[in-house]
Design a protein around this ligand. Structure first.
Ligand code: A2P
Length: 337
């Protein structure tokens, strides 16, 4: 099997460091790794795969090297500027920022859900928003079995979704210090604002969930609304998802469909207080679903509680899984390198 060269852009960040952990675990056929960050970190070293790697500065010539795949998580403006430069050099960018997600020329991929969209990439593949990814893993099997008419998302999102600064605000808030990243204290509080507000009164995070869900599930007519909330939890996003299906369903059958779905683990035993939680999902690559129950207020409704590690499945794991799928497609001839 051919071996590939992989770059990690933003290797010193919260998601970047988890890229490295997941890459260590997934054992892709890789010849060389290149780790990039800003000029601030260039020259510093990171331990990775039992070796010491020197951080390289990201600049216009970074992709003059022979790099097959670049995993980006260094913010939207870095992706906007450097992803096209990398793609022009023949490197496939898997981008964790929101910069390219809604570009019609760019596939938006959750490997368990829409792997075939990788085939039409033109050099950039977008990794969806963290809260969208875990929802897709749970909703796709229901869409295939019953069709989905409407979705209502209510999220309970960890501070790690806001990077190192979000983490610091909760840690320092516990000690009584004022927040720097968030507008208000996050300790002992819930913030009904993630990202900036838009003209329609929704936040950007909420509209990401609406628009990305439609793109990934390939259904522009799906009715979707969202309320996204930052809660004082360090890691893992929890979501209440209310779904109106198009067809009637049998609850036991629906649970069996979820149990058989790729990447999804059912944890649903209310009698024993067993359900997905942030503390049990932490460090895992799967998405967890529980509290599966009929919405008795409408005809074909079901309620789900979905939890995943937002830095793993919500970011790094999903991106590395896309890389793995891409390599598989190159190797089996589905797409040309
Ligand atoms: P650096 O550590 O050198 O600042 P987080 O979201 O956890 O704060 O991480 C952001 C990541 O993106 C870090 O690795 C950071 O590198 C990197 N980064 C930020 N701005 C740039 C830039 N202009 N060029 C390259 N990497 C950047």
């Amino acid at each position: 099997m051919k071996k590939y060269n992989i770059a990690v852009v933003g290797a010193t960040g919260m998601v970047g460091r988890t890229f490295l952990k997941v890459l260590e675990e997934m054992n892709l056929p890789v010849e060389n790794y290149y780790l990039f960050a800003s000029a601030r970190s260039a020259g510093k070293t990171l331990q990775f795969l039992g070796k010491e790697y020197t951080i390289l500065e990201l600049d216009e010539h970074a992709f003059d090297r022979d790099i097959d795949i670049a995993l980006f998580s260094a913010g939207g403006s870095t992706s906007e500027k450097y992803a096209p430069i990398a793609a022009a050099k023949g490197c496939v960018v898997i981008d964790n920022s929101s910069a390219w997600r809604m570009d019609p020329e760019v596939p938006l991929v959750v490997p368990e859900v829409n792997p075939d969209d990788i085939k039409w990439h033109k050099g950039i593949i977008a990794n969806p928003n963290c809260s969208t990814i875990q929802a897709m893993v749970a909703l796709r099997p229901l869409q295939l079995a019953y069709g989905i008419r409407r979705v209502i998302y209510s999220t309970y999102q960890a501070v790690s979704g806001a990077g190192m600064g979000g983490y610091a605000d909760l840690e320092n808030g516990i000690k009584g210090e004022a927040p720097k990243k968030f507008n208000h204290p996050i300790f002992n509080n819930c913030l009904p604002q993630i990202d900036v507000f838009l003209d329609n009164g929704y936040t950007k995070e909420e509209m990401k969930m609406v628009n990305e869900t439609r793109k990934i599930l390939g259904d522009d007519s799906m009715c979707i609304t969202a309320t996204t909330v930052r809660v004082p939890v360090f890691d893992c996003h929890s979501e209440s998802i209310n779904v109106e299906l198009k067809k009637p369903f049998d609850l036991a059958e629906l649970k069996a469909i979820l149990a058989a779905a790729p990447g999804l683990v059912v944890q649903d035993d209310p009698a024993n207080a067993f359900y997905p939680m942030a503390v049990t999902a932490k460090g895992k690559n799967e998405t967890f679903v529980g509290r599966i129950r009929r919405d008795e207020s409408i005809e074909n409704g079901v309620n789900l509680w979905v939890v995943a590690d937002n830095i793993r499945k919500g970011a790094a794991t999903n991106a590395v899984q896309i890389a793995s799928k891409l390599i598989e497609m190159w190797e089996n001839g589905t797409i040309k390198r």
